[in-house]
Each structure stands twice: as structure tokens, then as C-alpha cells.
Design a protein around this ligand. Structure first.
Ligand code: CUA
Length: 153
């Protein structure tokens, strides 16, 4: 029993130390409560404002972006400029989704929760098309749920 007790204390201490020392990871600390309809309205307004002829939304540096996750995709398709930091607000229209983006200097992995908007800060150094995948089971077509973020020079 004392071995168990020592292990529990050691693991608890380690966890606290780890979070305190290395806790500054990708977890968004900027969130607010919303509704699917309210967030969709924000996404629509944002999309209308910056929609290009190519059907993609070109986000000016310094502007916040809005992204909706919905079975089975992410809208709108965002075009960002390399080397600039962006804040991307995300929410889900229906169920729990994931947002996973790996590439360049980025390794992001978040959950997108309905009724909540969360802010992701993202700064891509290299131009390219970044694949976003949903990594949270959300229905029969979950494995097909993906999107793209385009980064231009
Ligand atoms: Cu969305 Cu899995």
C-alpha cells in the first residue's frame, strides 16, 4: 500500500510540476460561449467581407478569422500571409470535432466544441497548403472530414 501511496504522490507532484513548467502549449486560453447560429452569423459576415474571386477568404494581417466546423468540413477556406500571426476563432455547428494541423513550424491539435468559440493563434513561416484534419470521431464520414489553410508569401 505504501508503494501505491508513494507512486500517487510522485505522479501528482510530477504532473503539477510539468503543467507549471511546461504548460504553455497549444491549449487555447481564449474562449467564449456562443451558439451555432450566432457563430455562423459571425462566420458569414467575416466571409462576405474578405471573400475573393477565387472563392477563398483572404484574411488581412491583423484581422481575426472565423472558421466553422461542421459534418464534414471546415468553412470557409482561409488564405493567410506567411510570417504573420493570426487569431482564428473556431466553433462547431453540430458535434464535437477536432482540428489538427501539422506542417512547417506548426503542430496544432485541438477540440472544437459546440456552443463555444475558441481562439487559435497561428503563424506559418512558409507558404503552402496546410491540411487540416478532424481527429475527433464525429460521424460516419469522419475520416473524410478535412480542410485546408492556404499560406501565401
Ligand atoms: Cu469532424 Cu471527425
Amino acid at each position: 500500500m505504501w508503494l501505491v501511496a508513494v507512486s500517487v504522490v510522485a505522479m501528482t507532484a510530477f504532473t503539477i510540476a510539468w503543467v507549471a513548467g511546461f504548460g504553455d502549449q497549444n491549449v487555447p486560453d481564449n474562449t467564449y460561449r456562443t451558439t451555432p447560429a450566432a457563430f455562423q452569423q459571425q462566420v458569414d459576415e467575416f466571409t462576405q467581407k474578405y471573400l475573393g474571386d477565387d472563392g477563398k477568404v483572404h484574411v488581412p494581417p491583423g484581422e481575426d478569422a472565423y472558421l466553422m466546423a461542421q459534418r464534414y468540413g471546415f468553412t470557409p477556406e482561409l488564405v493567410l500571409e506567411a510570417g504573420n500571426e493570426y487569431t482564428i476563432w473556431m466553433s462547431s455547428r453540430d458535434v464535437l470535432h477536432g482540428f489538427s494541423l501539422i506542417g512547417d513550424n506548426l503542430n496544432l491539435n485541438l477540440e472544437i466544441v459546440p456552443e463555444h468559440a475558441l481562439a487559435l493563434t497561428l503563424k506559418a513561416e512558409k507558404a503552402g497548403t496546410y491540411l487540416v484534419i478532424c481527429n475527433e470521431y464525429c460521424g460516419l464520414q469522419h475520416h473524410l472530414m478535412r480542410g485546408h489553410i492556404i499560406v501565401e508569401e
